[in-house]
Write a protein that binds this ligand. Structure first.
Ligand SMILES: [Ca+2]
Ligand SMILES: [Ca+2]
Length: 211
């Protein structure tokens, strides 16, 4: 299966040439066991995520089946670049908080155990930009769902010291039927969104073909 079919309208067009193998993760919205690969069904649809290295970049692609458009349907990508798994966000931890209306997205960086928006401005939003420090994003909306492609500079995946791996977590929100879906599952979390504040709950991620 090919990833998102972005045309060469911008810089991020190479992913269309990568034959992506199995998704790293398939989550059924509305399912009871979102961690199970290939678990399908549920009223909200399926989310598929891929992570692939290509030349000097790492690409994350997501396809989210969600036929109920809402500006605040979201995909939150959390990353602990050093893989040191602290119990609260540190300065090496990042969070891309993408909303379906992409202009409303926010990118956070950890600081002293909390997520900080750019310039410490709580009203900061991505607006018309589609890139930041070492990353670029593309999205596509369709009636049946939406897709997103995030291109990282490889540096994000080279921070971890030997024997450590960067750690990641994902969370999807669908407004109708309303639900939050996380990977990994956060068994001890009172709320699914608690996962976003706990790097020690995230999962080490190994990329093929790289350091
Ligand atoms: Ca929705
Ligand atoms: Ca960290």
């Amino acid at each position: 299966m090919k990833a998102i079919g972005y045309q060469a309208s911008g810089k991020v067009d190479v992913l269309t040439d990568i034959e992506l193998q199995k998704p790293i993760l398939t989550v059924a919205l509305g399912g009871d066991h979102p961690e199970q690969p290939d678990h399908r069904g549920g009223p909200g649809g399926v989310v598929r995520l891929w992570l692939a290295r290509w030349e000097e970049s790492v690409y994350l692609a997501a396809e989210i089946e969600d036929s109920t458009y809402y500006w605040g349907d979201d995909l939150v990508i959390s990353m602990d670049t050093r893989g040191d798994a602290s119990p609260a966000p540190d300065h090496d931890d990042f969070q891309w908080y993408f909303r379906r209306m992409i202009d409303s997205s926010v990118v956070f960086r950890g600081q002293n155990g909390k997520w900080q928006p750019p310039r410490d401005d709580p009203d900061w939003r991505l607006g018309k930009d589609r890139e930041g420090g070492g990353w670029e994003v593309r999205t596509e909306n369709r009636p049946a769902g939406w897709s997103l492609e995030l291109k990282f500079d490889q540096a994000y995946f080279r921070e971890a010291k030997a024997r450590d791996l960067p750690r990641m977590a994902f969370r999807v929100f669908d407004d109708s039927p309303q639900g939050w879906y996380t990977w990994p599952q956060a068994a001890g979390a009172v709320q699914p969104t608690m996962l976003e504040r706990r790097p020690d709950w995230w999962t080490p991620v190994r990329l093929d073909g790289g350091p």
